[in-house]
Design a protein around this ligand. Structure first.
Ligand code: ZN
Ligand code: ZN
Ligand code: ZN
Length: 372
């Protein structure tokens, strides 16, 4: 696995050379585990992997965190800092003569402000300009890890569809907690979200599960996922959405809209081919939903990339003219949201491959009718 990290850092250095970036600075966020297998705690004490383009990397960590770091001397020197040291001065020094630095997008702005005053002549840009193009192309091993995470949430979605997760009389929050438990039980190390939205609450795409009680005669939207962390310290995410009708008789209008959504989602999955611009995949689902008269109720992009982070490049959105490449992994998740009435979304994770789109989520796409 060290070979894997070495290869990843080599790719980062190639991109740094191409872009004229002298040093890469990685702190809190998914870049750090992706490139070295260590995840920084989001603390007021700074952690930073300093990667000079032409020199050896150093992992600067709070002294009390040092024992959590798996030593990888072939990758980085470990430099713990003590409570009375100035870590910003230390990092500024390790940056050497760098005139351009790429700094982790998720690093706290407070640290960046301090670094900018310690290095007034250095130009700072986002680390994602170096890292996201590397991360967005998954190799075979990464795709299998995404597939394992997807399979795990598929199992839970199937239970939901088969009425094995009690719904009627439960609150959204109770069902959300149950989904969270199952996400962990099925092999994830972390729950990232478990959206449970019933009736009109589903019209808000990122509704926070609350006290509303699930009753017969309404639809329920569940969108959930987590992160499965491997022995190498790198985690891969799952993310799936399925809707069920609670009670025996689905509303006719809802059923008709769901048929549109189902067809639009499947069409977008089929369109997600190597060489197709990302925006064309978005247009594929959007045109179908618009043709059925729901265009103004599809209020978000069709999808987002997924990997070590739940949302990353490539984004499946109008304006993204980048053609999909083999190894891109992303969600296809169109939705229809009627304010104060209902909402629906259907989401799979899909990988673009030379053999065509490979859907990692295979759980039934039809609207399940649940009387539990
Ligand atoms: Zn979302
Ligand atoms: Zn989702
Ligand atoms: Zn998603």
């Amino acid at each position: 696995m060290s070979t894997m990290f070495t290869a990843r850092l080599a790719r980062a250095r190639e991109k740094m050379t191409a872009d004229g970036v002298d040093v890469l600075l990685l702190s809190v966020g998914a870049d750090l585990p992706y490139f070295c297998g260590y995840e920084a705690m989001p603390l007021e004490r700074i952690t930073m992997l300093v990667v000079p383009r032409d020199g050896d990397a150093t992992l600067v960590v709070p002294g009390l965190e040092a024992s959590r770091v798996k030593p990888r001397p072939e990758l980085f020197a470990l430099r713990p800092w003590s409570e009375t040291e100035d870590p910003i001065a230390l990092i500024a020094k390790l940056m050497g003569p760098a005139s351009t630095a790429a700094v982790g997008d998720h690093m706290w702005s407070g640290f960046l402000v301090d670094l900018m005053s310690a290095r007034p002549k250095t130009e700072f840009r986002r680390a994602s300009s170096i890292t996201s193009g590397i991360r967005s192309v998954k190799d075979a091993a990464e795709i299998e890890r995404l597939r394992a995470a997807s399979r795990a949430v598929d199992v839970i979605a199937a239970r939901l569809q088969q009425g094995e997760i009690p719904l009627i009389g439960k609150t959204e929050a109770e069902v959300s907690a149950e989904l969270g438990r199952q996400i962990i039980a099925e092999g994830h190390d972390r729950v990232n979200f478990a959206i449970v939205a019933t009736g009109p609450n589903a019209a808000s795409p990122h509704h926070e599960a609350g006290s509303r009680v699930i009753a017969e005669g309404e639809a329920l939207l569940c969108d959930f996922g987590g992160t499965m962390i491997g022995d190498d310290g790198v985690g891969y995410c799952s993310d799936v959405t399925r809707c069920v009708w609670v009670g025996s008789r689905p509303d006719r209008e809802y059923l008709e809209a769901y048929a549109v959504l189902h067809e639009a989602q499947a069409a977008a999955v089929s369109a997600a081919r190597v060489g197709t611009p990302a925006q064309d995949v978005d247009r594929t689902s959007r045109e179908r939903i618009a043709a059925a008269g729901f265009g103004s109720y599809f209020i978000h992009r069709t999808g987002h990339g997924i990997g070590v982070e739940e949302h990353e490049d490539p984004y499946i959105v109008e304006g993204n003219t980048e053609p999909l490449v083999a190894g891109n992994a992303f969600s296809i998740e169109p939705g229809i949201y009627l304010p104060d009435r209902w909402g629906m979304r259907l989401e799979d994770i899909v990988v673009a491959t030379d053999a065509g789109p490979d859907s990692l989520n295979l759980v039934d796409h039809h609207l399940a009718v649940v009387e539990a």
